[in-house]
Design a protein around this ligand. Structure first.
Ligand code: 5AD
Ligand code: SF4
Length: 472
């Protein structure tokens, strides 16, 4: 049993990152034809971690099922960013508990919630029916934990971590677009955020390993890669010998893959060199997710974001000016402890100034163990909800306005599959990351096609294929 420990998780020692290349050995097909049900909460990083988990499980002989009643293994890959997932996860686990009464089931919890001290204590006290718990730093222990499982709760979560695993196997969800981790962890310690504790210290992958992975994806005909990290602009800063994010982007561009994206950018580390690289390479998509979090300098300071509203605006305008047709989206938190109406007005003001293509908006959620959780907050939840609703109206206005600019335009869309809402349509994304539904033949899935936009909504576009100008 190894429990998470925030004191260890907080440490940022100067030790060199250890790179692990040796494959984990375990008996393949040990669970031949047993079924697994995997539910993923949270960000792209978790979605990508689930691709690793699926890789291990399928090598062990497991087959995926969408019906948890049918599964021998039920595994939840969880998110700790906000409290609401916590409630959903324990609600879901409560339902799984009943399944155990009549049949043999293994219940597992992993991901960021497993890294929370409070969550593991709660499991030990109240949820002993859970079988295995592992964290974000030891996904590769999963096969061993399953094979050695003896019907007793096994919590195996590491907090202090300085390793990069190059021995993962993936079962990717898409044959056309791929996530590629370029770094793990985060050293920014924004005061509201749990990620530096759940994901640990910043560790960059070696650029040679990243490029090898991308070249392998190109050989498999992948059309798009998204470079992943909590703070991609800080890539390489944790090692004296590593290249910068701008240099990495340039090298990835030279591989010739048709589309390159990256998330998430922190305004603090966004250099002019990066902007120039994005501007001059046609296969780096003109789409940047640039979280602002708040428009109030007072709140930004309390959040530990290390930029002002004015700094953000200068960067925003520079990107808009230099990168042709760029779309910029953002993240905003309302109701940080003791946010005043004037602070909130500053947030509305920056949204009006930037007119973002889109924004993910959240009510501040208190995360035990972070500095902001110690602030005595006087603002009511009701007031915070009012602010969120008001903000969303403004955000949605600009999403629609930006989408309307595309009406009757022809845009390039990478078709990714059949639309979930309407199976007569395909869906894909523009270079600026706008969702488009298209009436077109299924043979276009995985191709980049020209689409004329015929209808515009706040969150998606409709169009038809401009035949026959197939590019690939
Ligand atoms: N409460 C609300 N939102 C948060 N985020 C991170 N931590 C919190 C929190 N404690 C938001 C930030 C971040 C996004 C991924 O989640 O906006 O950019
Ligand atoms: Fe959290 Fe800030 Fe790191 Fe983003 S940059 S993961 S908000 S600590």
């Amino acid at each position: 049993m190894k429990l998470p420990n925030y004191l260890e998780a907080k440490q940022r020692n100067a030790e060199e990152t250890e790179y692990i290349y040796d494959k984990v050995e375990y008996p393949k097909n040990y669970f031949k034809n047993k079924k697994y049900f995997l539910k993923t909460y949270g960000c792209q990083m978790n979605v990508h971690d689930s691709e690793i988990i699926k890789g291990y499980l399928e090598e062990l002989g497991f087959i995926e099922t969408n019906d948890m009643n049918d599964a021998y293994l039920i595994l939840l890959n969880t998110c700790a960013i906000r409290e609401n997932v916590h409630d959903k996860v324990f609600g879901f686990l409560g339902r799984c508990k009943h399944l155990k009464q009549n049949k043999d089931v293994i219940i597992g919890l992993c991901g960021c919630m497993a890294q929370e001290e409070g969550v593991c204590k709660e499991i030990l006290n109240k949820h002993k029916y859970i079988d295995i718990v592992f964290g974000t730093h030891n996904i590769s222990d999963l096969p061993r934990m399953l094979i050695e499982h003896d019907n007793k709760l096994n919590i195996n979560v590491f907090s202090k971590e300085g390793r990069v695993f190059e021995n993962y196997i993936y079962k990717r969800d898409s044959k056309y677009t791929a996530w590629v981790n370029i770094m793990y962890g985060c050293d920014k310690f924004c005061t509201y955020c749990i990620v530096p504790y759940t994901r640990g210290k910043q560790r960059s992958r070696k650029h040679e390993d990243i490029l090898k992975e991308i070249n392998d994806l190109i050989d498999k005909n992948y059309q798009e890669v998204t470079l992943l990290g909590q703070n991609v602009n800080a890539y390489g800063k944790d090692s004296e010998n590593e290249i910068s994010f701008a240099e990495l982007l340039d090298l990835v561009s030279q591989t010739g893959i048709p589309r390159i994206r990256f998330v998430t950018s922190h305004p603090w580390d966004f250099t002019d060199e990066m902007i120039n690289v994005i501007a001059r390479n046609a296969n780096i998509m003109p789409y940047i997710h640039l979280p602002i979090q708040s428009g109030s300098n007072r709140i930004l300071k309390l959040m530990g974001r290390r930029y002002t509203k004015e700094d953000y605006l200068i960067l925003f305008n520079k990107i808009k000016e230099k990168v042709h047709n760029v779309a910029i989206t953002t993240d905003i938190i309302v109701g940080f402890p003791n946010e005043t109406n004037d602070d909130f007005k500053e947030t509305i003001d920056i949204v009006n100034k930037c007119q973002f293509d889109g924004a993910f908006t959240f009510i501040y959620s208190k995360r035990e163990g972070t500095p902001a959780a110690l602030i005595d907050d006087k603002v009511s939840q009701e007031e915070k909800e009012k602010r969120l609703a008001q903000l969303n109206l403004v955000v949605n206005k600009y999403s629609l306005l930006n989408n309307q600019k595309l009406l009757n335009q022809t845009v390039k869309v990478l078709i990714q599959g059949i639309s979930e809402k309407d199976d007569t349509k395909l869906y894909g994304y523009t270079d600026t990351m706008k969702l488009v539904n298209v009436k077109a033949d299924k043979k276009y899935i995985g191709k980049i096609i020209d689409v004329k936009i015929t209808e515009v909504k706040s969150f998606s576009l409709d169009g038809h294929i401009v035949s026959p100008s197939l590019i690939h």
